[in-house]
Design a protein around this ligand. Sequence first.
Ligand SMILES: Nc1nc2c(ncn2[C@@H]2O[C@H](COP(=O)(O)OP(=O)(O)OP(=O)(O)O)[C@@H](O)[C@H]2O)c(=O)[nH]1
Length: 186
Amino acid sequence: MPANVFVTGPPGSGKTTAVERARERLADRGHVAAGVRAPEVREGGERVGFDIVSLRTGRRAAMARIDRDAGPGVGKYRVDVRAVDRLVADALDTAGVDYLLLDEIGPMQVRSDTFVRRVRAALDAETPVLATVKADSRPDGDRDPTDFIEAVHDRDDGLRVTVTPAERDALPERLAAAVAARCGGD
Ligand SMILES: Nc1nc2c(ncn2[C@@H]2O[C@H](COP(=O)(O)OP(=O)(O)OP(=O)(O)O)[C@@H](O)[C@H]2O)c(=O)[nH]1
């Protein structure tokens, strides 16, 4: 059984909400995750960037900011690659956990070679991965130069789920059950 579960869908479709709710259900079943999430950062009601947060430790780093004047650009933000490298070095370590949750495999995160290398290894390892993946073939301005996002879409393993508003209410339980089955749990 392929160990990975990929969640994709258009911007704002509910990917983050679905995997966060699935994580809560998996915790209720006793399944612990490592991994990362990428909350937006707002100042004065305006979005100024995104952080990357370790699920295991809660450590966070300023992944992308609108007012940075250095680093690779994604949309109107610039990415602090070294900050992402440092955070994912242990955030993506699966020792002692049941599965890896990645929210998301996206154009900002893949600017970090450490992120790409650790995720590629995780996708080929035994520990299940539950990941939201940015939709394929983004506009050139945001094109992923590593082509890693496309490579994830092209994998022939894993359960793939596309979030739609009509079906998204049932999605957290479906995702939790799929990951629990891959963890060898209920
Ligand atoms: N009512 C309802 N609202 C939802 C549900 N899932 C997501 N939303 C809302 O839809 C908006 C986008 O949800 P996200 O989970 O951030 O969507 P996303 O696909 O991760 O968005 P991006 O990361 O920007 O691509 C938020 O305001 C959520 O509160 C749902 O199941 N029911």
